[in-house]
Design a protein around this ligand. Structure first.
Ligand code: ADP
Ligand code: TRP
Length: 322
């Protein structure tokens, strides 16, 4: 069975962009592949320098993933730093990673261009990501378009390692869904924690209402027809409808008299209902933190067992075993 691996940074509360863009696909993969999913807390440290926030974020993302259907009996689910062997492979890979290759990586280059002093962690970010993937022999890595370059670095490093030391590492295939819609935020830009335009999955009804009511719409008067295809509210609403319901909403847009505020009120209810059962489960995990930690530790044990033969081969081929 193909091993599919992906990671998510615990940099804040998960939002509906994360759900439709990543988490839902992951939960589906566990039915058809050997899914390895982890929380990339070492990576998050390159941008978050608040220990409390990192610990909280790690726990919350784990609880969210479990509440949204990730099943630890079907998938291997762990926290990156619970398998510190990944740092050993990072070092080995960093000794064969050309400086020029890393200097060309966008997230590093962009920071330098903006005059931000980048830390070494950010520079080494792609090498750690390569280690995440190669340590577990993953065949397929589903990621967003923004991660494509890191997958190329991973493949380059795997090929180079194998060339130098013999065939040990699996060269992974990226899986980039070009059609996967970018979910817009309340202001119409890509929904992202860094833009403050998110609709969070597990929030109170009051906060949900506040977020949905703040969705920016145009100033077309009530008595005029409206354009669904250029409407941010419509793009968000469609995530929570059946095709028939969407067609009915389109008719309402095209007829005079529709009020955006009515559509927003309905959307609040739809989102609230959609995540209802998950919300109860999320609360359950929040109330049982030791159960969450047990699940993650058991996941790390499984991940470590998968890593062991690969790391043993790496150590012996590179001469670390004497
Ligand atoms: P953020 O931009 O909020 O910091 P991340 O970069 O941590 O989100 O993204 C985590 C995962 O969720 C990635 O796989 C990413 O592709 C996906 N994702 C994030 N925002 C969106 C969005 N607006 N639409 C679709 N997918 C998204
Ligand atoms: N860099 C990824 C992101 O920001 C997270 C990540 C870390 C990852 N290691 C990974 C994704 C390995 C896939 C495979 O979204």
């Amino acid at each position: 069975m193909k091993r599919v691996l992906s990671g998510i940074q615990p940099s804040g509360a998960p939002h509906i962009g994360n759900y439709f863009g990543m988490m839902r696909q992951m939960v589906r993969y566990q039915e058809q592949a050997d899914l390895f999913a982890f929380i990339a807390n070492y990576h998050a440290m390159t941008s978050l320098e608040d220990g409390g926030a990192l610990a909280r974020g790690t726990f919350d993302v784990a609880a969210a993933f479990l509440a949204l259907g990730l099943d630890p009996d079907k998938a291997t689910f762990w926290v990156q730093s619970d398998v510190p062997e990944v740092q050993e492979l990072t070092w080995v890979l960093s000794t064969i990673a050309p400086m020029g290759l890393l200097e060309r990586c966008h997230s590093y280059k962009d920071k330098v261009a903006k005059g931000i002093q980048p830390n070494h962690g950010l520079f080494a970010y792609p090498v750690l990501m390569a280690a995440d993937i190669l340590l577990y022999g993953a065949h397929v890595v589903p990621v967003g378009k923004d991660q494509k370059q890191y997958l190329e670095v991973t493949r380059d490093l795997a090929v180079k390692f194998n060339h130098l030391y013999g065939d040990v590492l699996v060269v992974p295939e990226p899986e980039i869904d070009e059609d996967l819609a970018v979910i817009p935020g309340t202001d119409g830009q890509k929904m992202s924690k860094s833009y403050g335009n998110t609709i969070d999955i597990f929030t109170t009804k009051k906060m949900l209402k506040k977020a949905v009511m703040s969705i920016v719409t145009d100033a077309t008067p009530i008595e005029e027809p409206k354009d669904p295809d250029r409407c941010n509210l419509f793009a968000l609403y469609r995530l929570f409808t059946t095709p028939d319901e969407l067609a009915a909403l389109r008719e309402r847009y095209l007829a005079p008299g529709m009020k955006y505020s009515d559509v927003k009120k309905e959307l609040v209810e739809r989102i609230w209902t959609f995540f209802g059962p998950h919300r109860d489960r999320y609360q359950w995990f929040q109330d049982h933190p030791d159960d969450v930690r047990d699940i993650l530790r058991a996941g790390a044990t499984k991940a470590r067992a998968a890593a062991a033969p690969i790391l043993d081969a790496v150590r012996s081929r590179t001469g670390l075993v004497y």
